[in-house]
Design a protein around this ligand. Sequence first.
Ligand code: GLN
Length: 515
Amino acid sequence: MKVAVGQIDCRGQSKPSIGTKIRNPQSAMEMDLYRLTIHEAHDLLTRGEVTSVELTSAVFDRIGQVEDRTGAYIMLVKDRAMAEAEAADEVIRQGTGGPLTGVPLAIKDILCTEGIRTTCGSKILENFIPPYSSTVVNKLKKAYAVIVGKTNMDEFAMGSSTEHSAFMVTRNPWDLTRIPGGSSGGSAASVAADECIGAIGTDTGGSIRQPASHCGVVGLKPTYGRVSRFGLVAFASSLDQIGPITKDVTDCAILMNEICGYDPNDSTSVPREVPDYTGALQAGLKGLVVGIPREYFAGGLDEDVAQAVNAAIKVIEELGATSKSVSLPHTEYAVAVYYLIAPAEASSNLARYDGVRYGFRDKEAEELIQMYRDTRSKGFGSEVQRRIIIGTYALSAGYYDAYYGKASRVRTLIMQDFNQAFETCDVLVAPVAPTPAFRLGEKLDDPLAMYLSDIFTLPASLAGIAGISVPCGFSKDGLPIGLQILSKHFDEEKLIRVAYNFEQATDFHTKRAKL
Ligand code: GLN
């Protein structure tokens, strides 16, 4: 695909440069810099043991080594990144840096980045260069983070495998024959393959938690309203949220501190104070009540997943929490409800891609209606077209009440299930996905099978509550498995607290994919 001036294609290889390793083995173990977490990188940067330029070069060297296998990035912006790293080094020298200063991060290609192409994994936006950056990207820039590139994703975030990207396949770093999950598959794969230090994803029905689970990294979907979506290309507006994908829970807390908060540019963001999420890393689990929703352990759950999640619950109990069985009786309707509401909202949001205002236009059409039709037929992939058709139908006169209206009412019942559970539980724990990462192509021709794999992530999205995926084991085939922890609205601290204690008691987060 074409690249704009000042940007390089992701296939740009580079030779390993000096500074790939930490210089001072006395104070830090000799290790490859690209493997660092955000907090480790921050410590070394502030102690002057490494510069952001060195760290950023090491990350690009790593990308040069593995990207042709993982396919995590749609676009890399090396020149910009190196300039940002230099600026960050200056800030660090002056002693005015923060926890993200000089840290190389990857951004899902659905967040607008001023002057850098933002494609949403779609042909229709292939050459779209936004005139402004999303609030989250601006916050990261203000913190002097270094933006490495834009990660691959399912077109307009519709999918669970990243196979619906119009541009490329992303492979799971743990097994290159398998999907990384989706739709933030590029972000999760880039973190798991150490092609960045941390990443940003989005979650409408599981797109942060599920790829994080499949790639053995941490992913948090914040409460609806916690993070500004200004400059996030809309998929389903009542569901979309932005959140971190990281190598450990501490990094997740650090990124949350930076990206959360009210924004007058997003009317759905909530004016509520942002706590210091790293504070949640101090507390233990004594006295906490953990609910185990029965419906998430029913038939169809893979044996290895069930085993890993059950073992994780034992660890959490040993750490001092009490667990109890709870019921979320409307769980079985979540797939049907979500796959009406999300396509309905998508059909309305995607109406703007008409070939007139911006994005791709089919120039061969001779009259206006044909131009609309041809632009949208050629510009959108088949999954997006399927959703637009379903959504338009569900919203059409005469059917609105039967489909969208009914789905909205059942959505309320799903929310009430959670409210009731949180009356007696601090958090809920469950699997993220019914199976570990499936094979590339396995569900591509069977949309229903693909949709059904979202069963455990959709309910929390419909309820607008927060959820995290933290590594909790491996399948017999060596594929990562994630533990999902859910909290009520705006209780992310509790998620981080439980996830952190679990992480510290286990070593799954220290394992890396062999590439
Ligand atoms: N897999 C779900 C879908 O296809 C969720 C995607 C997402 O969270 N963006 O819609």
